[in-house]
Design a protein around this ligand. Structure first.
Ligand SMILES: *Cc1c(COP(=O)(O)O)cnc(C)c1O
Length: 398
């Protein structure tokens, strides 16, 4: 059975009523027959039938033992970090999501967790960074925003050699393209706000655990800390999952066409898309995400300035200027001033991420129309415009 069939066939039918769509159990508590005797649910922070249905679907998609749905991707990441104790060390990808960097540096470092960043695409760098204190290796692949590819199986081996866990933020690939647990990861996190929800209409997150033991720990933290996903948003993510395979296939098809077009333009100095043969991670990407390379593209302008990037981003008609990704509507984002402001400029540039870098989230419009829009905006670069306002040092991330 193919993965799309397996997913659709695993949507549960409501046992009580036969409802084909998963019902929204909008309740905080559940009436008990006698003290401590219930139908498997007692309080919706601990478990809720709508959320449980979503969690089972996510565990199945990622080939994990169990999954837990959280109020946001950041709440999911936070739950994984709560597995650690003071004195533990994290070895993390340098090209890291800005919000994860902020949580690591400005919350968990205060609690005595040490974080070391390195280029996880280079196994030797990770090997050199790992110590006896390393408890967690933190990975995004493809990474945000330069789509760097890291070898999940190789990194799982390095982490396990010192008894550390490997956690993969699988938001960009989605479980349609990549299942890190099958490659040796212990934990997978998602910003379900992106492809899983798929309609740019909610904030949600998930943690998938490879084993029963890790799943129990995440469940304990979820119940203890309480950053759960509500029943209505759980329903919306379930609804989004029904079209996940279709959407991802279309995002991949259109993104490859757009990336190839961008490569032909003289205004552009670099195009980052793992589906391009010129991409440094192409060979590994082909191996560990064989069904496609995703819907995110980043590129850098020859005129590597914030001004040029601003002009291009504001000249686009179909690509809306907004943070986030993974929905049906195409988006453009200037990462340095919109999503990665928590990362100092020197750190950002050292990770290979330039001032003019623009990130595209390819939506579900026709690729030809998106290409025409990019062409007219690139043509407009010849015409200078006024300088943009200064960057805010610490604005809201997404
Ligand atoms: C958006 C995002 C997050 C954070 O998720 P939220 O749902 O916004 O809290 C984490 N990791 C990656 C790769 C993301 O793109």
């Amino acid at each position: 059975m193919q993965a799309s069939t397996r997913l659709i066939q695993s949507f549960p039918v409501d046992e009580l009523t036969g409802a084909l769509a998963v019902p929204i159990y909008q309740t905080c508590t559940f009436v008990q027959e006698s003290p401590g005797v219930n139908k498997g649910f007692d309080y919706s922070r601990t478990a809720n039938p709508t959320r449980s249905a979503l969690e089972q679907l996510l565990a199945g998609l990622e080939h994990g033992h169990s999954a837990y749905a959280f109020a946001s991707g950041m709440a999911a990441i936070d739950a994984v970090l709560k597995l650690l104790s003071t004195g533990d060390q994290i070895v993390a990808i340098d090209d890291i999501y800005g919000g994860a960097f902020r949580l690591f540096e400005h919350v968990y470092r205060r609690f005595g967790i040490d974080i070391v960043y390195c280029d996880t695409a280079d196994l030797a760098q990770v090997q050199a960074a790992i110590t006896e204190r390393t408890k967690l290796v933190w990975l995004e692949t493809p990474s945000n925003p330069t789509l760097k590819i890291s070898d999940i199986a190789g990194l799982a081996e390095l982490a396990h050699a010192v008894g550390a866990w490997l956690c993969v933020d699988n938001t960009f690939a989605s479980p349609v393209l990549q299942q890190p647990i099958l490659l040796g990861a212990d934990l997978v996190v998602h910003s379900a706000t992106k492809y899983l929800g798929g309609h740019s209409d909610l904030i949600a997150g998930a943690v998938v655990a490879a084993t029963e033991e890790l799943g129990k720990q995440i469940q304990f933290i979820q119940n203890a800390s309480g950053a759960i996903l509500g029943p209505f948003d759980s329903f919306l993510v379930i609804r989004g999952l029904e079209t996940l395979h279709l959407r991802i296939a279309q995002h991949c098809r259109a993104a490859l066409q757009v990336a190839k077009f961008l490569q032909t333009r003289p205004e552009i100095s670099a195009v980052y898309y793992p589906g391009l043969e010129s991409h440094s991670g192409h060979a590994i990407a082909k191996k560990q995400q064989p069904d496609g390379f995703g819907g995110i593209i980043a590129f850098v302008l020859n005129d590597d300035t914030v001004e040029a990037a601003t002009q291009l981003a504001t000249s686009l008609n179909y690509f809306k200027l907004a943070v986030s990704l993974g929905g049906g509507k195409s988006l453009v984002c200037h990462s340095a001033s919109m999503t990665h402001t928590a990362i100092p400029a020197e750190t950002r540039r050292a990770a290979g991420f330039a001032d003019s870098l623009l990130r595209l989230s390819i939506g579900l419009e026709a690729a030809d129309d998106l290409i025409a829009d990019l062409a007219q905006a690139l043509d407009s670069l010849a015409v200078p415009v006024a300088a943009p306002a200064a960057l805010e040092p610490e604005s809201v991330l997404a």
